[in-house]
Structure formats: C-alpha cells, structure tokens
Write a protein that binds this ligand. Structure first.
Ligand SMILES: Cc1cc2nc3c(=O)[nH]c(=O)nc-3n(C[C@H](O)[C@H](O)[C@H](O)COP(=O)(O)OP(=O)(O)OC[C@H]3O[C@@H](n4cnc5c(N)ncnc54)[C@H](O)[C@@H]3O)c2cc1C
Length: 483
C-alpha cells in the first residue's frame, strides 16, 4: 500500500489549493479524486467573482480570509498565470429596504477593513451604468471586486501541485476511511493508500465522507443555481459587476462582464434536486424576469447558453442551526474536513489552504518550509493574446498553433493538443482548459474535430469519448440505416 503524509480528498478548487499549500512543507501528498479529472464539481459552475469581504459578518474566518485574499488576488493570479481583472462592483437598490441593506453593508465593509467603499446616489450610479433601469435609489461601490477564470485557477493550482510532487489519484472515489497505525487507511474504488493525515475537500459530499470516520456534525443540503450567458457584445452592457439588492426578501440579479467579453446573469436560488448540471425552468424564468426589471434594454436574444451550479448549504446538526461561516472540522486526530464551503470559496481557496496547511504540517512535526517548493506556474500558450509576429513565429515552430479549431474563440489545434497532454480526457475537460465550445456555436463547428483529435491522441474509439464524465457519451447508437 502506498504511504503518504497527507491525503487530500477532492479535486475542486479547495482540494487543489490545499494540496499545493501542503507542499510548501516537506510532506508527501496525494490528491484523491473520484472523477477522471479535477474541476468537475462545484468549482465547475460559479459566478467567477473575487469578493472584497463587505458581504460577510465581521470577525468570522470567512471575512478574515476573504478580505486578505481579495487584496492579494492579483499577485496570486500573476504567480499562477491566471487571468484576473478588477472590474469593481456596484450594488444597486431601488427602494428604502434595499437602501438600508446597502448602508449596513457599507458599515460592515469598513469594519471588515475593505478599502475604497463608497455609497453613491442613484443618479451617480446611473451615470456610470446607464443600462440599468431608472429609479436606482442608491449604490455601494467596491472598486476592488474582481473577475477571474475559475477553471484556469483550478487547473493552475492542480498543475502547480503536481509540479511540486503531489501524487494524483484520479478515478478513485473514497468509500471508506479507517483509523490505522496512528493515521488513516483510505479505501477507494481504485485501491487503498495510507496517510498520516487526511484533509477532506469533497464539496457536495464532504459531509458523507467525514461520516465514514466520525459522527455527523454538519450536513449539506444542495441548492440549485441557474445562469444565463449572453454572447460577446452584451459584455459591454455594464461596466462593473452589478449586484441588484432586491426590495423584497429573496435573491436579486447579479450581472458579470466576463473576461472574454460575455455577460453572465445569475445565479438563481432553487431547491437542489436532479443532476448536478441540470438547469431549472423556474430559476431561468426568474433570471429573465429580473433582467427585464433591472436591465430593460438588455437583449436576451443574445443568450447563447444556460447552465447550473449547486450550492452546498451547510447545516449544523449538533446545534440544529444554519451556518454562515466557513466550516472546518477536526473530528478525529489527523482528519480535517472543509464542509459546505460556498461563496466566497473561490476567492478564498488559496487562503483556506494557506491557513490550514501549516496546522496539518505542524501536527505531523513537519511545519518547516520545503526549500524545493516552487509557487510559479506558467500559463498555457494562448496565441490569440500574442502579437501577429509572435503568433506567426509560434506557428512556424509548431504548425498546430496556426490551425484554428474553434472559430468562435479563435482557439488553435495546438492549444487543444496541449490541453489533452495536460490531462483533459473529456470534451468538457478540453473546453475548460482552452475555451473551445464556449462561443455562439457552442461547439457545433469544432466538437467533432476535437473528438477526432482526442480519439487519436488518447487512443480510444470516438464512441467511448464522454462530454463530462460517466454517463455522458457523445456518440450513441448505430449509424443512420444500421440496425
Ligand atoms: C452557484 C455558486 C456560485 C459561486 N460563486 C462564487 C463566486 O463568484 N466567488 C467565490 O468566491 N465563490 C463562489 N462560489 C463558491 C466556490 O465556487 C466554491 O466554494 C468552490 O468552488 C468549492 O470548491 P470545492 O473544492 O469545495 O468543491 P468541488 O469543486 O465540488 O470539489 C469537490 C471534489 O470532490 C470530489 N469528491 C466528492 N466525493 C468524493 C469521494 N467520495 N472521493 C473522492 N472525491 C470525491 C468531487 O468529484 C469534486 O471534484 C460559488 C459557489 C456556487 C455553488
């Protein structure tokens, strides 16, 4: 049986950063993930916002980490070669109840140490954002709110963890955790490993995984979050991230001008049943209704895709109450669980790792820094971001970088080949690494060419290729006319 100092369970943003941060210490680390790839769970579908920390309660771990993480996010993204832009945000209200909420958030933000916050009149907000419906009564401006690419961030953390010696255990759902020789025998469907410590970052299943080894403390209730994406062009409808604070109880509309020029609307709040990625009609209808109210001139015909994420709502079963802070449990010696980490978990993924990893390393008596650790990760080559001359030179060295596969995004065969070499084994694994299939045609033009390339490079028949993991084969049945 392979032996490790630490087994990190779950390859989402939290697990990938946890594994990376643990390697700052002289630890032998494995990352154990149920699926064929990382970034397929909650981290796959979220709002991509880097929050400032004015939304959360003063004095909590969540607030402390969020405020610090937001300040350092530019440096983190530079280190890991991940795109990031400080768009700034406007939280807008249309009446006295929401005005009061904004005032409360302003005071809370100041107490939390968020810099640059400004309460503005509705008229001033409309000058900045003329596309919003008239009648804005006040706005809270947060200049440091950012937008990133959550997929690029997750893969960068993963690849940096691997580059620093973390051992990948993919296709290895954990089915049992057994205390053994002062550590843990981790039983997976791929085999068993032993680790002196375990950090459970299993997202929507983190409660169940903890309960393999300890009594229940926190349980997760899934809650659906629907989104709409509008094509390039709509991205200029607003200049900032817009948070619409509704007058009545409930969730308002969030509008995010994405890094690739599109506009993201959402998330909705719906009871979470059904498959992870299935949208709900009620949630999408609600988004369209809110968009018509808040951004009346926005052309919803520009919608090119809808998708859904799932929130892991945590509930403390011991105290019978909801939880509003990050929950990090240590229910048995050498076992930690991050349970129900919702927004701003993306903002704080690295910060949570950096906060917990030294505690784990200290308990193992290996808290000192590992001088071999290298934090930098090179970004993949993106020819569309190069000058004409640099692009031509690249294509001369490797002609695959001169052949466009995805016309909507201008993405080359060279980038797709690179993504497959870096671990993409599904069509969506390629999409998340390169951006193919995200444009107006949604893969109608490039999908079959990418599949042909994947089949050749991975040495599998095309009919075995999956869109996004088990149960999502792309080619089914016989050819037309075959029985
Ligand atoms: C709708 C929505 C919007 C959000 N928007 C934002 C935002 O704008 N800004 C922000 O800061 N945060 C945001 N967040 C929060 C952020 O996305 C999450 O906190 C973060 O992605 C959580 O990642 P994770 O690693 O915990 O979970 P996941 O990404 O789900 O990773 C968990 C992994 O564990 C694996 N796993 C599960 N069970 C097992 C098992 N038995 N054995 C092995 N592996 C297992 C899964 O396959 C999965 O890969 C949002 C969250 C949601 C839901």
């Amino acid at each position: 049986m392979e032996r490790y100092d630490v087994a990190v369970l779950g390859g989402g943003l939290l697990g990938c950063f946890m594994a990376r941060e643990l390697r700052r210490h002289p630890l032998k680390v494995a990352l154990v993930e149920a699926r064929e790839d990382v970034c397929t769970g909650i981290s796959r579908a979220n709002t991509a916002i880097v929050y400032t920390g004015c939304d959360t309660k003063p004095g909590t771990l969540k607030t402390r980490l969020c405020v610090a993480a937001c300040k350092g996010f530019g440096d983190l993204c530079r280190e890991l070669g991940v795109p990031f832009a400080r768009r700034g945000s406007l939280m807008v209200s249309y009446g006295p109840n929401a005005d009061q909420t904004l005032q409360r958030k302003m005071i809370q933000g100041l107490e939390n140490g968020v810099e640059g916050l400004k309460l503005m009149s509705g008229r001033a907000a409309l000058e900045w954002e003329p596309g919003l419906a008239p009648g804005v009564s006040s706005a809270l401006y947060a200049p440091d709110t950012g937008v990133t690419d959550p997929w690029a961030l997750c893969y960068a953390a993963w690849e940096n963890a691997l580059a620093n010696g973390v051992t990948p255990w993919l296709n290895a759902p954990v089915t049992d955790l057994l205390p053994e020789h002062g550590g843990w025998r981790v039983v997976t469907l791929r085999g068993e490993l032993w680790a002196a410590a375990v950090v459970n970052c299993c997202g929507l299943h983190a409660d169940q995984v903890q309960e393999l080894a300890a009594p229940p403390t926190v349980r997760i209730t899934p809650e659906k979050a629907d989104y709409l994406i509008l094509d390039q062009g709509a991205g200029h409808y607003v200049n900032h991230v817009i948070f619409h604070e509704p007058e009545e109880k409930g969730k308002g509309l969030t509008m995010v001008p994405t890094l690739d020029g599109k506009l993201l609307l959402g998330p909705s709040e719906q009871p979470g049943v059904g498959p992870l990625s299935a949208t709900t009609r009620a949630g999408l209808d609600r988004l369209r209704q809110l968009a018509a109210q808040v951004a009346p001139e926005l052309d919803l015909e520009l919608t090119i895709r809808s998708f859904a994420g799932v929130r892991p709502k945590p509930y403390n079963v011991v105290r019978a109450q909801s939880i509003h802070d990050f929950t990090v449990t240590n229910p048995a010696r050498g076992l930690w669980s991050l349970i129900g980490i919702k927004t701003p978990g993306l903002t704080c993924a690295q910060a949570l790792g950096a906060w917990l990893a030294p505690q784990v390393a200290d308990q193992l008596g290996k808290g000192e820094p590992d001088p071999t650790f290298r934090p930098e990760q090179k970004a993949p080559v993106r020819p569309r971001e190069l000058t004409r001359e640099a692009r031509a030179a690249l294509a001369a060295r490797d002609p695959a970088y001169g052949r466009i596969l995805c016309r909507c995004g201008g993405i080359t065969e060279g980038e797709v080949r690179d993504a497959i070499r870096r671990g993409a084994v599904t069509l969506d694994g390629v999409k998340r690494r390169t951006g193919t299939g995200l444009g107006r045609c949604q893969g109608a033009f490039c999908g079959d060419r990418i599949m042909a390339l994947m089949a050749r490079m991975l040495g599998v028949p095309p009919e075995d290729l999956q869109k996004d993991g088990p149960g999502s084969r792309l080619l089914t049945g016989g050819r037309h006319g075959e029985g």
